[in-house]
Design a protein around this ligand. Structure first.
Ligand SMILES: Cc1cc2nc3c(=O)[nH]c(=O)nc-3n(C[C@H](O)[C@H](O)[C@H](O)COP(=O)(O)OP(=O)(O)OC[C@H]3O[C@@H](n4cnc5c(N)ncnc54)[C@H](O)[C@@H]3O)c2cc1C
Length: 360
């Protein structure tokens, strides 16, 4: 039997960011990952550092969003310096094509002191010459940023290994119980491990894991499919959004087209129908893509909750057990704030915001 101050279950972005905050507090942390680090939802996602429709965001999520937005650039710069891996934080802006709620977007901008510019067809084409010519108007949100999530995961993992995080891959946690003297006891493939504090950051699988300990958490998998294209760098500069569909340009010319919201259980397969729809939508955004085959197509399972609000905090009834889960479409964006809030609660510090909306 081994003993650790803290064990984090799940090596996605929420697990790594939580471990990062705990290590900053001097804790002795072990991270247990079922497969390999950072290959599930956090890898599959788009890395937009904003709600898709910020003007319609749930009030409960705004404090986390504001905190994350204020920290992201500095966090990624620090990780770049520590790991030599550039997470590519870029304030690329987001151009919303023909939004139905143009007035609502303008009012949100004024209310929240965020820049919004209304653009005509000619102004959009001047900004993005490759854009389809039939889009008649748009709203530009120039302060929206993105990161390249697979690089962020690698930078975090490298920095944390250098700072002493004990990472165990291929170490699925199969059971959670209350141990003796207020510890939490975990059963893995190779035996039992105890810790004073355990954090469940197991993404879409968190609900299933907690259910084994008799805890109902209502986290369910929500599939999202993504297509990837490769063009010359600079063909597109802003993130484009129309309805629920978005396109994200990377620095090296890769372009992501997403996504879908599908309830298919834990099935992570991709479908031909979705590839076709995403492709058609991609061509309407950027007609040059009609001449390019996608270079990749994948699906990820987002961790969804019934009320769309992540769960962050202690688990009632099991001393020492905490969760940081259920971020659905916003885990990359809200991750830094969620991790800080959880560790504030674990350490008994003044929290960065009122934790009440996120408690289970
Ligand atoms: C197509 C798509 C696009 C997205 N776009 C964006 C975006 O633009 N912006 C944004 O903010 N968010 C986006 N998201 C959402 C975001 O990716 C998620 O909210 C976030 O990554 C969830 O992180 P996580 O660490 O909770 O889960 P995950 O990254 O899924 O990590 C959970 C980890 O736990 C491990 N695990 C599970 N069970 C166990 C166990 N029993 N024992 C040990 N380990 C276990 C898994 O193997 C996995 O590595 C997108 C998601 C998808 C799928």
């Amino acid at each position: 039997m081994h003993h650790h101050d803290c064990i984090v279950i799940g090596g996605g972005l929420l697990g790594l960011l939580t471990a990062h905050e705990l290590i900053n507090e001097g804790a002795n942390v072990r991270l247990l990952e079922r497969g390999v680090l950072g290959r599930e939802s956090s890898w599959a996602g788009g890395g937009i550092l904003s709600f898709l429709h910020p003007w319609n965001a749930k009030d409960a999520l705004v404090p986390l969003a504001d905190w994350s937005r204020s920290q992201y650039q500095e966090l990624t710069a620090r990780l770049y310096a520590e790991s030599d891996i550039d997470p590519e934080y870029i304030q690329s802006g987001m151009l919303v094509l023909e939004p139905e709620d143009r007035q609502v977007i303008a009012q949100w901008g004024e209310r929240s002191d965020r820049p919004v510019r209304e653009l005509s067809n000619a102004e959009m084409l001047a900004l993005e010459p490759g854009l389809g010519t039939s889009w008649t108007f748009g709203s530009l949100l120039p302060d929206i940023a993105q990161i390249r999530n697979p690089r962020l995961l690698k930078a975090l993992a490298t920095s944390l290994k250098n700072r002493g995080l004990d990472i165990q891959e291929h170490a699925e946690v199969r059971e959670i119980h209350q141990g003796t003297h207020g510890t939490v006891s975990l059963t893995t493939r190779t035996g039992t491990v105890d810790a004073e504090r355990v954090v469940v950051t197991s993404g879409a699988w968190s609900g299933r894991l907690l259910a084994m300990a008799g805890i109902e958490s209502q986290v369910e998998p929500v599939r999202g499919q993504m297509l990837l294209f490769k063009l010359e760098p600079g063909v597109l500069r802003q993130i484009l959004l129309h309805g629920d569909r978005y396109m994200i340009p990377r620095k090296d010319g890769h372009i992501l087209m997403g996504s879908t919201v599908e309830y298919e259980g834990f099935d992570k397969s991709t479908t031909h129908e979705v590839a076709e729809t995403l492709r058609k939508d991609a061509e309407s955004f950027l007609p040059v893509l009609a001449d390019h085959e996608p270079v990749a197509h994948w699906a990820g399972l987002r961790p969804g909750t019934l009320d769309g609000v992540p769960k962050i905090g202690p688990v009632p009834g099991v001393e020492g057990l905490f969760v940081n889960m259920g971020h659905l479409r916003n885990g990359v964006f809200l991750g830094p704030a969620s991790a800080r809030l959880l560790v504030d609660l674990m350490m008994g510090r003044q929290p960065i915001c009122d934790p009440t909306p996120y408690l289970i």
